[in-house]
Design a protein around this ligand. Structure first.
Ligand SMILES: [Zn+2]
Length: 122
C-alpha cells in the first residue's frame, strides 16, 4: 500500500505541527519499517512517518477498509474515507496517529516536553 500524495502531505504537516517532522528520514524508510515490524526500533531510528503509516494501514485492514493484498497503489486513508462514507475520517486518523507518535516520542525522550513510560528500546 502507498499513501497518496495528498494524504502524505497531510501526515507530514501534522508531524510538523507536533514537532516531529525532523525525525522523518525518507532515505531509510524501508529499514525503519522493517525495524518497526520486528520491534527493533530504537530512540535513534524512530521514524514517526513510517510508524504512523504502518499503524494507519493496520487499522484500515482491521476495519476491512483495505485488504493486505490490495494493490500497492491503494491509499489506506482514501480507502477509509470511502469505506466509512465519512470524508473527514482520514483527517481524524491522521490527527490521532500523530498524537500517538508524539506521545511515543515524548515517552522515550526523543523529543522534550514531558516524561512517561518508555515504550521503545534505549
Ligand atoms: Zn489518500
Amino acid at each position: 500500500m502507498r499513501t497518496c500524495s495528498g494524504h502524505s502531505h497531510d501526515l507530514l504537516n501534522a508531524l510538523e505541527r507536533k514537532g516531529l517532522r525532523h525525525l522523518v528520514k525518507p532515505e531509510r524508510a524501508q529499514a525503519a519499517a522493517q525495524e518497526y515490524l520486528t520491534g527493533e526500533t530504537t530512540d535513534a531510528t524512530f521514524d514517526p512517518y513510517v510508524a504512523a503509516v504502518m499503524e494507519i494501514q493496520g487499522k484500515a485492514v482491521d476495519l476491512r477498509a483495505v485488504k493486505q493484498w490490495d494493490p500497492v497503489d491503494t491509499c489506506a486513508l482514501c480507502a477509509v474515507n470511502l469505506h466509512t462514507r465519512t470524508p473527514t475520517m482520514a483527517s481524524a486518523w491522521i490527527d490521532n496517529v500523530t498524537d500517538l507518535m508524539h506521545a511515543t516520542a515524548l515517552a522515550n525522550g526523543i523529543v522534550k516536553g514531558g516524561a512517561g513510560e518508555r515504550i521503545l528500546h534505549a
